[in-house]
Design a protein around this ligand. Sequence first.
Ligand code: HEC
Length: 194
Amino acid sequence: MKTVTTAIVTALCIMLAGGCLYAGAPAGDRTTNRDALVKRGEFLVSFGGCHDCHSPKVMTPRGPELDPARVLSGHPAAATVPAFDKQIVADGKLVLFTGDLTACAGPWGMTYAANLTPDDQTGIGLWTEDVFIQAMRTGKHMGAGRPILPPMPWQNLNTLPDDDLKAIFAYLKSLPPVKNPVPAPSSFEVGGSR
Ligand code: HEC
């Protein structure tokens, strides 16, 4: 009996010590893990083409390039979309993009790429990781609201495992916040002939 008790006590000590060791992982390791997650997110965002629609561009002699000061801050609020005949897109045979690809018109109406920087009021500053994952899994705004409209390819992001979505979110949260209130989508019926 004594041997059994000793064995149990020994096992408990080992488990506790193991737990303490885990909880006490050096801060350096945790930073490294965080850095690795953010790096993976940066890679996925770049490979996933998020900049195409979500980053404002500047015209250079080499063609359009990302504006480093506004990376992933969405359709610039100050930009004007020229008037056009909505019949061009109404039947779904053509869609139109602005030159920087941050706004798009199709039979669903006019949509503007969201601000993905961590600004509290105009970006994803107040989003939790769970809100982001739910939005990409359900195709609903913030995981619970209106449908997320084209051309946002949330269906593609839905094929990623949680770990990759977490990495993308960690990278987005690591960006400098940019204040840029992106317009809400407008349907042509309600919003007129914009
Ligand atoms: C082809 C253009 C396009 C690409 C590529 C794109 N997006 Fe979007 N995204 C949009 C548009 C447009 C919206 C706004 C849709 C709306 O208002 O319903 C949007 C909205 C979002 C939202 C807000 C969702 C919500 O809950 O309202 C998130 C988050 C997002 N995109 C992340 C990403 C990420 C991450 C990538 C890259 C993997 C990406 N997007 C690639 C066009 C795009």
